[in-house]
Design a protein around this ligand. Structure first.
Ligand SMILES: [Mn+2]
Length: 350
């Protein structure tokens, strides 16, 4: 905490600007949203700086939208931000080296709080000089790390901040069942005690748009099971979080130990992939590496990995060529059958 404070103070001393900008990865999930809100509160209430949160990419997933709306979080979008007012930025739930994170050119990154494996096996992890870098691979949620700074400062958490942090820990650790450390456990219980219970439930059961059911129906039709792998490459989808949500959903099927779900998001000119493994199956990160086989960029921790492949073309044939490669790579992980062939068709789920 003293180190983080010193990093901000040093940057503030040499600047005419007075505010801190809090940033996260594109298409923020509940952990990113919770960590942003906790960090905004820490910077403003504890450290005494004006602080602003800016997010990049629209927030689509119903849970995440409800979280921002119901908690009335004051998040700007990146494009609205005037770089002039900030002496530095703080990154949460991501690292400057990740491809899915946009950094303003004129604002230095002063601090990083994250729990994802740094790109490049950690060797080039210190690529950008950052005064305060707190990356904890053993922690289930960045919201837990932010909670620890708030706890150590002794500040009382308002209901809204506690609710945001709780949702962050809750969804990134699946209610402490996934990648959860002692700190996650403490953060989960401490923030839940102060959270707005009605809002916690409302965020868990958000209203869903009609397109959700259309895409759900397609995902169920397209998904195939190959031994312990459920594979669903969905063609075009309306938003990237849908792939993550379907990955979680398919992983619940009995007999399924790992899941790969992908879809093309035309608006963002990207093909997104979500990979999940169950408790017994091992790490998601090296599996994603094999499924991508050099394409795009990816990140992950424990049983979760996500990837993005830029698309120069959003036409159907381009999308299917990506999906053909991904399917081939995923099936190659399963190995060849006795005839020396990769498993082919698979069978429909259910
Ligand atoms: Mn996270």
């Amino acid at each position: 905490m003293a180190h983080f404070r010193a990093a901000l103070d040093a940057a503030r001393a040499g600047a005419s600007d007075t505010s801190v900008l809090v940033l996260t990865h594109r298409g923020p999930d509940p952990d990113a949203i919770g960590a942003c809100e906790g960090m905004r509160f820490l910077c403003s209430e504890v450290l005494g700086f004006e602080a602003r949160v800016a997010t990049v990419g629209r927030i689509h997933r119903a849970e995440n939208l409800v979280m921002v709306r119901a908690l009335d979080l004051d998040f700007a979008t990146y494009d609205e931000i005037d770089a002039g007012g900030f002496f530095g930025s703080v990154l949460v739930d991501t690292q400057p080296e990740f491809g899915h994170t946009l950094l303003p050119r004129d604002i230095p990154v002063l601090a990083v709080f994250d729990h994802h494996v740094p790109p490049g096996d950690g060797a080039q992890a210190q690529g950008l000089e950052v005064a305060h870098r707190d990356v904890r691979l053993g922690t289930g949620a960045t919201s837990s790390i932010v909670y620890e700074y708030l706890r150590d400062s002794g500040v009382e958490l308002p209901e809204r901040v506690a609710t945001a942090l709780f949702c962050g820990v809750r969804y990134d650790t699946a209610d402490l069942s996934r990648n959860a450390s002692a700190l996650d456990e403490e953060a989960y219980h401490a923030t839940f005690r102060l959270a707005d219970r009605a809002l916690v439930t409302a965020i868990d059961h958000p209203p869903l748009p009609p397109i959700y059911y259309t895409e759900l129906s397609r995902a169920l039709t397209v998904a195939r099971q190959h031994d312990a792998l459920a594979l669903a490459l969905l063609g075009e989808i309306s938003h990237p979080e849908f792939a993550a949500e379907m990955a979680d959903f398919f992983l619940r099927m009995k007999g399924c130990s790992w899941v790969v779900v992908g879809g093309a998001v035309a608006a963002e000119k990207e093909y997104v992939l979500s990979l999940r493994t169950d408790r017994h199956f091992g790490n998601a990160y090296p599996l994603m590496d094999r499924v991508l086989d050099g394409e795009g960029s990816f990140g992950g921790h424990g049983h979760i990995a996500g990837a993005r492949i830029p698309m120069e073309d959003t036409g159907e044939s381009f999308i299917s060529s990506i999906e053909r490669r991904l399917r081939h790579n995923a099936l190659a992980v399963l190995g060849k059958n006795e005839a020396g062939e990769l498993p082919s068709e698979g069978r429909p789920l259910g």
